[in-house]
Design a protein around this ligand. Structure first.
Ligand SMILES: [Zn+2]
Length: 353
């Protein structure tokens, strides 16, 4: 599988926070032969180990979960009311295509409906639609019909379009935050299953990041890492009308190295290590502008006695929308950088400025 195919598979898997079973199953099947030990904890984190039981533990983390919706109420008429799961801008919702998952795991397609402009007052047209004004139309004619499909209060859903290539080497689809990070972890497991490090390498495919860094918290507690590296899809905002000082990261400019976000201030020696690693590979890299967003690093670095934790991200435009865009070269360069970090992991030391 090339990077595009791998991302297409990852993007297409269902994995709304709290409902990561499908994406976890797919990743497990892909990585099983590259790992010595696969474990799923009570929250649903998937932990893949190479060389378990050594004196030094490096944890790589990417989250499997994606933002989505949850059915909150089914109208008599068969329309679904819903609550957002994760950090949505509700203005994205109207007229988007949706997939709602039934109790049996079957997906039902639908559309986010709202009242048409023709019947709105001029006052209403000026206001952004709120979630409570919206509903999902899955083509059902009654509450009973919806119930018969196994859909009801608590059913999860995603905004979903087919994964596509745009331009020469860019890919567009849902959930690239953080399936792009999952892709990096999978490439590393494949590589280090053959070229083994002299320590324990644990790749954690985390659950529940989008609802508050939940999975990474329990995973770090169990893994007991000496050093951790989080791989994320981050805000690429190099688009018209956004000034440079407000643009967290740019597409095509290589992996984005975090110095700080809202959940962590990265130890400067770890940032310097990442910079030197990227320089030694002669790949493009960029700093991510602080302090946009939170990452699993926020939970991991506060585990036990504290964990030295860094963050590398693949820039992702239109993040938290069903049509996010990444540059496949950025993905490739991020894989190279993370491999280099794994090779040198024992050399990463905390420096307290
Ligand atoms: Zn993310």
């Amino acid at each position: 599988m090339d990077h595009f195919e791998l991302l297409r598979e990852l993007s297409g898997q269902f994995g709304v926070s709290g409902f990561e079973g499908e994406v976890r199953e797919w990743i497990s099947n892909q990585i099983r032969s590259w790992t010595d030990d696969l474990e799923v904890d009570a929250l649903g984190n998937l932990m893949a180990r190479i060389n378990p039981g050594r004196d030094f533990v490096l944890m790589l983390d990417a989250h499997m979960d994606e933002i989505g919706i949850m059915v909150s109420h089914v109208e008599e008429s068969g329309f679904l009311r819903f609550a957002p799961i994760g950090g949505w801008d509700p203005r994205v919702f109207p007229a988007q295509q949706v997939e709602v998952r039934s109790r049996e795991g079957k997906r039902y397609r639908g559309v986010m409906g709202a009242s048409p402009p023709h019947i709105q007052t001029p006052e209403e047209q000026k206001q952004a639609l709120k979630v409570e004004d919206l509903f999902i139309d899955v083509g059902a004619k009654s509450r009973e019909e919806v119930a018969g499909w196994g859909i009801g209060t608590g059913s999860p859903g995603t905004l979903h379009y087919p994964f596509q290539r745009i331009g020469m080497d860019r890919a567009m689809g849902k959930a690239l935050d953080d399936r792009v990070g999952c892709a990096v972890l999978m490439r590393c497991l494949d590589y280090f299953s053959k070229d083994r490090p002299d320590f324990t390498l644990v790749a954690n495919f985390a659950v529940g990041e989008e609802v508050g860094l939940r999975g990474a918290k329990t995973a770090a507690y169990q893994i007991k890492p000496d050093v951790a590296l989080v791989i994320e899809g981050t805000v690429g905002a190099d688009t018209p009308g956004i000034p440079a000082h407000k643009c967290p990261a740019r597409l095509g400019k290589g992996p984005a190295l975090s110095v700080a976000d809202q959940s962590i201030i990265v130890n400067p020696s770890f940032v310097a290590f990442l910079e030197h690693s990227a320089e030694s590979l002669k790949i493009p890299w960029q700093h991510k502008i602080p302090l946009a967003g939170s990452t699993d690093a926020g939970a991991i670095h506060l585990s036990r006695k504290g964990v030295l934790t860094g963050i590398v991200s693949v820039p992702c435009r239109y993040i938290h929308s069903p049509s996010s865009v990444v540059d496949l070269k950025d993905l490739d360069h991020t894989i190279s950088l993370v491999k280099e970090v794994v090779r040198g992991a024992r050399k990463i030391k905390a420096h307290r400025p």
